[in-house]
Design a protein around this ligand. Structure first.
Ligand SMILES: N[C@@H](CCC(=O)N[C@@H](CS)C(=O)NCC(=O)O)C(=O)O
Length: 324
């Protein structure tokens, strides 16, 4: 791990010494929006019009945030319009790399860079901050449009509809207000909650994260006993945002991040729901358990110093989900 400071790479682990042992995630810095006509989106500057072949995603198949963007690319039929480069699952002293000696790692298909931080300095030679994936890259202006997955999925949800003709809508106008507090709770206690649990360096910081995490999972289990999806009968972005954490939970977060009170397979509704989403057309192809398991156990030396990658259970994700 490490970060860029004034365009220069500095390696080092996350510093929790000033936050009482708590992991605090920094906000993403590139926040522009692709829109149908290039007008500015809810933030950032304009000039990023939806065009086939113009944009490229840099992802890790291990990363739950990047995974959201791959799911939306699949759900919205964007595979022929937005290319993808996949980093190597190991994130060590150089950060994410474009080594290709792991199945599914593609290298940098645009420029042949060897390290992901070169993409950031290509966009901004003086960039300071963390070098995270996903990155939505504009080949025309040679810059990063966005490195915030929550916003990239909203762009993918509608900006390219005129090109693809795919109008399925996972952020429907009439549900937006109700989705927001659900997303907020799930982000804080589940998506980011597992990281807060796993990266905590004091007992109290860990407990502050792990109990709310399981309170939310219990609440979700009950909610999914009442309705097929989080917002009722329609599947929305809230479900896809939850899914990428659920699919990593038992193989990784339960053990590696000490989210150990229960597993997802112990929750009948959550587990069936996870299978339903996995079986959704196009989604299984975005899930790569080898990258997921390898990345976390091998990269986080402070948590797993011997880098032993465990043999994990492989439950049948294709078993009938029964949620019809
Ligand atoms: N806010 C970002 C977070 C992305 C993120 O933290 N990605 C992780 C991988 S799972 C990463 O690249 N971490 C590298 C680092 O923090 O140095 C998003 O949702 O897009």
């Amino acid at each position: 791990m490490g970060m860029l400071i004034d365009g220069a790479w500095q390696s080092g682990w996350i510093d929790t010494s000033k936050t009482g042992g708590r992991f605090e995630r920094a906000a993403a810095q590139f926040r522009n929006w692709v829109t149908p006509d290039g007008s500015p989106g809810p933030g950032g500057v304009g000039g990023f019009a939806a065009q086939s072949g113009r944009y490229h995603l840099y992802v890790s198949l291990a990363c739950p945030w990047a995974h959201r963007t791959l799911i939306f690319r699949a759900l919205k039929g964007l595979e022929d319009h937005i290319g993808v480069s996949v980093v190597h699952p190991d994130m060590l002293a150089d950060g994410w790399t474009f080594s290709t000696d792991f199945e599914g790692a593609t290298g940098d298909l645009l420029y042949g860079h060897t390290l992901a931080h070169q993409i950031y300095t290509r966009a901004d030679p003086a960039f300071s901050g963390r070098v995270t994936v996903p990155i939505l890259w504009d080949r025309e202006r040679e810059t990063i449009v966005s490195n915030e997955s929550a916003e990239i999925i909203r762009m993918f949800n509608s900006a390219f509809d005129g090109i693809t003709g795919n109008t399925s809508d996972f952020w429907p106008e009439d549900l937006r207000a109700a989705i927001e507090p659900i997303n907020a709770r799930i982000y804080d206690t589940v998506n980011n909650g597992v990281y807060k649990s796993g990266f905590a360096t004091t007992q109290s910081a860990y407990e502050e994260a792990v109990h709310p995490l399981f309170d939310t999972l219990d609440w979700l289990e009950a909610r999914l006993g009442e309705a097929r999806y989080l917002m009722g009968a329609r599947i929305t972005e809230a479900d896809w945002r939850l899914f990428t954490t659920l699919i990593r939970f038992d193989p990784v977060y339960h053990l590696h991040f000490k989210c150990a009170k229960r597993r997802i397979v112990d929750y009948p509704n959550l587990w069936a729901y996870t299978r339903e989403l996995y079986q959704w057309p196009g989604v299984a192809g975005t899930v790569n358990t080898d990258h997921i398991v390898r990345h976390y156990y091998f990269s986080h030396e402070t948590i797993n110093p011997h880098r032993i990658v465990p043999a994990v259970a492989k439950p049948d994700l294709w078993a009938p989900h029964g949620r019809g």
